[in-house]
Design a protein around this ligand. Structure first.
Ligand code: UD1
Ligand code: MG
Length: 419
């Protein structure tokens, strides 16, 4: 489909075709970076005055840091998309093969933005109103509705490709109907909350999101270069590049020692952005592959998330003001007070040495909170906050490399990728 004009570049003796909209998009993304970088420090006082602030719990001086700066990044990201959208759809190069305006593509863009916008609104509501934990689960479901609606009207393809070893029994693909919509809704809930619960040390929310975004961008570029369904991957790039632009500026101020906190607004907006590109680009399984640390953290957290083991309001590591190092934070309970599932989780986690626990003679157990952040401290011992963040970000990068290793060589092994 000759949807876009492109520019040919000659470099290093080979020629590259870069579509004009991609060049404009890159320029807008650079603009998003500079505008965010300019605005964030100037808006700090405004957020403090509006009582949007939180204590940095891992510092000796318990100063208040402006919170929910994800809303600034989110707005700049959205405005970048608004400015960009006319470009690929501008009259002289917007016609598809049949000479028609590509309404379906246009609607996809609008729906993607509507879902992201909705998520920013709900995330900000969470930051301002401090919603209860269970309410946080519904929000991404609501925000993903515009997306699911467009998926229904545009594709309504609810068929999944089955791995080869199952294919011999039930065929190469299976239509799972409405379940596919449940899956997409759950993907949005997972992506948003999984980032939010892997948080609590300076810079971690932003760093993990940046690694995921860059991984998806690399994946998209590889797919475009090898000549696979260019449009879906270009669509994803058009959304992710401005996201990375705006987020890089946020990282500058959120990195150790944080001058601003990102708030749940940012975590929700990031998760939703990844879910949106995965769903509309038909590569949601690959997006999930880039969430390996979040998946591990989620599974590890399940006993606390479902309250089988007591879960304090904050599970972030505990700061020692004497040494300025972080230690793992703890939860406390009596085994006899746990229900049967709680006891089961405790025994399994303990015997697999996934937790460090001490039981006194009165039967009171003290053990680390179930997050991979605390688990990392179990391995390293007390550690500086910035080092811990670097370590966890490195882990995210290694997992992305591993994800590529699964996606490429192993996908051919498990799935029939010839079509
Ligand atoms: C999630 C986690 C919680 C963790 C919190 C940290 C679950 C179920 N919830 O809760 O365990 O403690 O994120 O973000 O796993 N903060 C810092 N330093 C940072 C970032 C945050 O001290 O680098 C503190 C600040 O006081 C900030 C607060 O955490 O105000 C933000 O917490 P919030 O995002 O409201 O927590 P949840 O997302 O509900
Ligand atoms: Mg949070």
């Amino acid at each position: 489909m000759a949807l876009f004009n492109s520019f040919e570049f000659i470099a290093f003796g080979s020629s590259f075709n870069i579509p004009l909209p991609l060049i404009v998009n890159m320029l807008i993304s650079i603009g998003a970076f500079y505008v965010s970088q300019h605005l964030i420090p100037r808006m700090k006082a405004m957020f403090i005055n509006a009582n949007l602030s939180g204590v940095d719990m891992n510092k000796a001086t318990k100063i208040r840091i402006p919170e929910a700066f994800g809303v600034v990044t989110g707005c700049i990201f959205l405005v970048s998309l608004f400015l960009f959208i006319p470009i690929p759809f501008a009259s002289n190069f917007s016609k598809d093969d049949t000479g028609e305006f590509p309404h379906h593509k246009f609607v996809e863009f609008i729906a993607a933005m509507l879902s992201i916008c909705c998520m920013i609104l709900l995330g900000f509501a969470d930051d301002v109103l401090n919603l209860r934990w269970r309410d946080k689960l519904y929000l991404p479901t609501i925000a993903s509705l515009p997306l699911l609606m467009v998926y229904y009207t545009n594709f309504n393809s609810t068929t999944i490709i089955l791995p080869k070893f199952v294919a011999s029994f039930v065929g190469t693909s299976l239509d799972i109907g409405a379940l596919y919509y449940v899956y997409m809704g759950m993907l949005a809930v997972f992506c948003t909350n999984a980032i939010n619960i892997l948080a609590g040390i300076n810079g971690l929310e932003v760093c993990q999101s940046l690694v995921i975004a860059v991984s998806i961008i690399v994946f998209n570029l590889v797919e475009i270069i090898v000549g696979n369904s260019k449009e879906a991957y270009e669509f994803s790039l058009y959304i992710l590049l401005p996201y990375v632009g705006a987020t890089l500026a946020l990282w500058k101020y959120n990195r150790y020692p944080s001058q601003v906190f990102v708030g749940d607004t940012f975590n929700y907006l990031s998760g939703m952005t990844f879910a949106v590109v995965g769903i509309l680009g038909h590569f949601s399984k690959t997006v999930l592959l880039f969430f390996i640390p979040q998946i591990i953290n989620f599974i590890y957290s399940v006993p606390q998330l479902f309250r089988l083991i007591p879960c304090p309001r904050h599970r972030l590591p505990k700061h020692d003001p004497k040494t300025d190092l972080l230690n793992y934070s703890k939860t406390q309970f009596r085994v006899s007070d746990l229900n049967i599932l709680g006891k089961f989780c405790y025994v399994v986690f303990k015997s697999l040495r996934l937790i460090r626990s001490d039981e006194d003679k009165d039967g009171v157990v003290v053990c680390n909170n179930f997050t991979i952040i605390n688990f990392a401290i179990l391995i390293t011992g007390p550690i500086r906050e910035d080092r811990l963040n670097r370590l966890l970000t490195m882990f995210q990068v290694i997992c992305s490399v591993f994800a590529f290793a699964i996606r490429y060589p192993l996908a051919h092994y498990f799935y029939d990728t010839s079509n």
